[in-house]
Design a protein around this ligand. Sequence first.
Ligand code: GSF
Length: 203
Amino acid sequence: MQLFSSPASPFGRKVKVAAHELDLLGRIEINNASLSPIAPHEGVSAANPLGKIPCLITDEGEPLFDSRVIIEYLDSLHGGTSLFPAHGPARWRALTQQALGDGIMDAAVANRYETVLRPEDLRWPEWSQGLMLKVTRGLARLEEMADSLSSTPDIGVLTIACALGYLDFRYADRSWRSGHPKLAAWFEPFSQRPSMQATVPHA
Ligand code: GSF
């Protein structure tokens, strides 16, 4: 399989962490693609018309996107313990945690485009503030639920961990740990997992 991703992509990291936890990393060749909404990557756009990473090309040549679909696919190949709780409240909780982590990453990535890519004279501070308010509120919710966050990986907590890792990478100045002590205490051991250590984002 081939995975279009980049070392900085939080959604790509999500897929890599999942692949690592599922012991499938050895079957995936990583194709690093540098791209942005204004600088698409030809190979990625050919596979995913949305022009986004991560995008997985299966051994059968089928392109799969986005991170949610790719991880479900990898999980289906695995056969062992699933990253997706099978049913009941645990399943809906994990999927909602995934949605929360994805949403924090979506807002943080969009704000990065707004504040780094967009020409300075076209920037709109209220838009940027609105995006970062989603991050702030998301962190507050995570702090409230920190006691119930699993210390073993499932689709929910691995997404949350990638979101927090992205804040460390791109928004270190915002020091998310301050004001979120329980969340920080949960993240500390989780971030030491080999899957997380092997995928620390970089430029
Ligand atoms: C989001 C992927 C995404 O925003 C998923 O895979 O779960 N819902 C999707 N990817 C970004 C890179 S990143 O920040 O991980 C991307 O490809 N941006 C380029 C663009 O044109 O938006």
